[in-house]
Ligand binder design. Structure first.
Ligand SMILES: NC(=O)c1ccc[n+]([C@@H]2O[C@H](COP(=O)([O-])OP(=O)(O)OC[C@H]3O[C@@H](n4cnc5c(N)ncnc54)[C@H](OP(=O)(O)O)[C@@H]3O)[C@@H](O)[C@H]2O)c1
Length: 357
């Protein structure tokens, strides 16, 4: 039997957990018996049941002899929940069909299933499954959040004018896609200057959008409570990552980080965020922090939106402002993963060639 279409349906179910499962994978599960779907489930949020258990909970009949289609290998260890494989065995499932093996070293569900006499088919739409859970696989491999930069630039590579104006470089379609991205990342991060200049809300303003955590990077902590990110009563928290010892009365949690060359040590900040179950960070500028992430070799991905305008000017801002490479051969290299047109704009999704596999 070909399981491709059912696996695609699992991916669609899994996506419903986007932005809510944090460092966990997005997983969907379907049970079929006598050629009929008898139940569906998915992992709804970080603290809730795994997809297989949700699928069993939605059952109206016995699962004995059924085939379970699930995009990730069922877990075999005690984490926040008991092992899913035990429940699969207890329910007398006949066959399990999987897209991806779980790269979490604690998980070896397949071995346990096979030992219990259950047929296991692996590698169904493996590549699509890997892309779906790109952030999770990255977390498992690198033990830190995936960092993606997003910026909007002109044809001549400018993200703001010399007077710091940047509204709006790209069109509405591009900006709607950014709100979708915000919904898919666990946190959005901006530098203190971007907060001061643009006063963004950093929310996902699309239908069904999930608001991410907000992170402000500020060495000096010269920030005021009337910025939008500190005003609203968000469902997710705002963090300020700083090296300052100052106390400020603001609606945010202060993350006191180690310092490196007089600035927030980005690796230390990412470690602290990962400890708080933040598995992916969308960095939305500006040029100074973009460059700091680049110099620390912490840019895993970039979403570069390009609008057909030319800003020019010696003082206008490029996406990265720093010392830069002396020789082209020393430039940081990326690979183009995807190119999308949004009306008159174009977006390049690029991956760091060394990190993403
Ligand atoms: N077109 C776009 O896509 C886009 C996106 C974002 C921003 N922008 C534009 O970019 C301009 C602001 O960018 P900017 O380059 O001046 O500043 P920025 O990158 O937004 O912020 C730099 C500030 O971040 C803080 N910081 C803390 N730790 C740091 C670290 N490790 N490395 C670097 N910075 C650290 C410091 O804050 P303290 O000063 O508090 O110490 C530093 O002054 C605005 O005009 C904005 O409109 C454009």
């Amino acid at each position: 039997m070909n399981y491709d279409n059912l696996m695609r349906e699992c991916f669609d179910l899994a996506r419903k957990g986007s932005g809510k499962v944090l460092t966990n994978p997005m997983v969907g599960a379907i049970l079929i018996k006598n050629g009929q779907i008898i139940s569906k489930g998915y992992h709804k949020s970080f603290i809730e049941d795994h997809a297989e258990i949700d699928c069993f909970n939605n059952l109206k009949e016995s699962a004995e002899g059924a085939t379970l289609i699930v995009n990730l290998e069922p877990c075999s260890h005690f984490g926040k929940h008991p092992p899913c494989v035990d429940e699969v065995i207890r329910r007398k499932i006949k066959r399990v069909v999987i897209a991806n093996l779980d790269t979490n070293p604690k998980v070896d569900g397949i071995k346990k299933l096979r030992e219990a006499g259950i047929e296991v088919i692996t590698g169904v739409l493996e590549e699509e499954g890997r892309k779906l859970n790109e952030k999770f696989f990255f977390n498992m491999k690198n033990n830190r959040p995936l960092v993606a930069l997003k910026y909007a630039q002109s044809l001549d590579g400018k993200i703001a004018t010399g007077s710091f104006d940047s509204k709006w470089i790209t069109n509405e379609e591009s900006r709607a896609y950014v709100h979708k991205l915000r919904s898919e990342y666990d946190a959005i991060l901006v530098g203190a200057n971007t907060l001061r200049q643009d006063n963004p809300r950093l929310t996902s303003r699309i239908e069904g959008g999930v608001n991410p955590f907000r992170i402000i990077l500020s060495d000096k902590l010269d920030l005021y409570r009337n910025y939008e990110v500190f005003k609203e009563n968000f469902d997710e928290k705002t963090y300020i990552a700083t090296i300052s010892k100052k106390d400020i009365d603001i609606n945010a949690e202060i993350l006191r980080c180690r310092q490196k060359d007089g600035r927030v040590d980005l690796k230390d900040m990412l470690k602290k965020l990962y400890e708080r179950n933040i598995g992916s960070v969308l960095v939305e500028g500006g040029s100074i922090i973009n460059n700091s992430f680049l110099e620390e070799d912490l840019v895993d991905k970039i979403y570069q939106f390009i609008a057909p305008i030319i800003v020019s000017g010696v003082d206008s801002r490029s996406a990265f402002i720093g010392e830069g490479a002396k020789l082209i051969k020393n430039s940081k290299r990326f690979s183009i993963e995807n190119i999308i047109r949004f009306g008159s704009d174009v977006m390049f999704e690029v991956n760091n060639v060394y990190r993403n596999r």
